[in-house]
Ligand binder design. Structure first.
Ligand code: ZN
Length: 271
C-alpha cells in the first residue's frame, strides 16, 4: 500500500457535511429572527428547533470522521467503517427492501439490525475478488415534526465479494443522500452511477499500473489549485455552468472559448 500512498481516490461525504454545517448555522439565526419578529413564538419555536438541531449536531460530528469513506487504490477497494455497511448473502436478496430507513435527522432506528449484520471493521475487496457491482436508490419516508412526510432518496452501492471457495458476499453501502460524493482534497464529484463506471473501469484494467493511471486521472482538479485558478478570474467573468456528465455546477472563466472549457470535476468538454 505504501507504494501507492498518493494514488488513491477517497470518496467522502463532503456535501452532507457541508449541508449539515449549513443547517447548524441557519437554525440559530432563524430562531433569533423569530425571536425579534414574534417574541411569544420564540419559546415554542425554540423547542421545535432544539430536537432536530441536536440530532443534526450529532450527525454533523459523526459525519466528520472518515469512517464512511470509500477508498479506492490500485490494489483494492476499501469500504470504510460505517454503520450503514451491512453484510448479507445472496439468498437474502428476496428481502428487496434495500437500504435502511435512514432519515435526514439521523440513522435509521430499529429495523437496521434485521437487515444484516453490521460489519465491525474496514472491508477490503481486492480487485480480483470483486464481482457484480450496481447501485439502487432507496427512498425512505421520514415524518417531519411540522406534519407531512419528506422523501429522502439515498443511493446505495452494492458490491459482491467473491470468496476462494466460490461463495459470494454482498455488501451494501450508502453512497449519498445528496446526489453524490466528492473526492477528498479534489473537486471531483461522483454520482453513484459515475462511481460505478469508475469501479468498472478499474476492474477491467489489465494491470496495477493501468489502475494507477486511471486513479490519477479521475480525481478532478485539486481543491487548492481550483481555488487558486478561480481567484484569478475577475468577478464579472465568472460563469456558473452545469456539467452533464457529473451533474455538478462549477464556476468558469467566460473568457475561455466554449470548446476549451473543461469541467474541473471530470474533465469533460465542451461545457
Ligand atoms: Zn463534469
Amino acid at each position: 500500500m505504501q507504494k501507492y500512498k498518493y494514488t488513491t481516490i477517497i470518496l467522502e461525504k463532503r456535501l452532507a457535511r457541508w449541508m449539515n454545517g449549513c443547517g447548524l448555522i441557519v437554525a440559530p439565526i432563524g430562531l433569533i429572527v423569530i425571536g425579534f419578529a414574534e417574541p411569544q413564538a420564540f419559546f415554542v419555536a425554540g423547542i421545535c428547533l432544539a430536537i432536530p438541531y441536536l440530532l443534526l449536531l450529532g450527525k454533523h460530528f459523526s459525519d466528520r470522521s472518515d469512517k464512511g469513506n470509500i477508498v479506492i487504490t490500485p490494489t483494492a477497494i476499501h469500504l470504510g467503517k460505517d454503520r450503514s455497511i451491512t453484510q448479507r448473502y445472496p439468498d437474502d436478496e428476496s428481502n428487496e427492501s434495500m437500504g435502511r430507513g435512514h432519515g435526514l435527522w439521523g440513522k435509521g432506528h430499529g429495523a437496521e439490525g434485521q437487515e444484516g449484520r453490521v460489519l465491525d471493521g474496514l472491508t477490503t475487496i481486492n480487485w480480483n475478488e470483486l464481482g457484480e457491482i450496481r447501485s439502487t436508490t432507496h427512498t425512505s419516508r421520514i415524518q417531519s415534526s411540522s406534519g407531512g412526510d419528506i422523501d429522502v432518496e439515498t443511493d446505495v452501492l452494492h458490491l459482491i465479494k467473491k470468496g476462494k471457495d466460490g461463495t459470494e458476499k454482498h455488501y451494501g453501502m450508502d453512497f449519498s443522500q445528496w446526489g453524490g460524493r466528492f473526492v477528498k482534497g479534489h473537486v471531483g464529484f461522483y454520482t453513484a452511477q459515475r462511481a460505478i463506471e469508475l469501479i468498472k473501469n478499474l476492474l477491467e484494467a489489465a494491470s496495477e499500473e493501468e489502475r494507477v493511471e486511471i486513479i490519477k486521472n479521475s480525481k478532478g482538479v485539486p481543491t487548492l489549485e481550483h481555488k487558486r485558478r478561480m481567484r484569478m478570474v475577475p468577478f464579472g467573468n465568472r460563469k456558473v455552468l452545469l456539467c452533464e456528465v457529473c451533474t455538478i455546477s462549477s464556476v468558469y472563466d467566460d473568457r475561455i472559448p466554449e470548446d476549451e472549457r473543461e469541467c474541473p470535476s471530470c474533465g469533460s468538454r465542451p461545457i
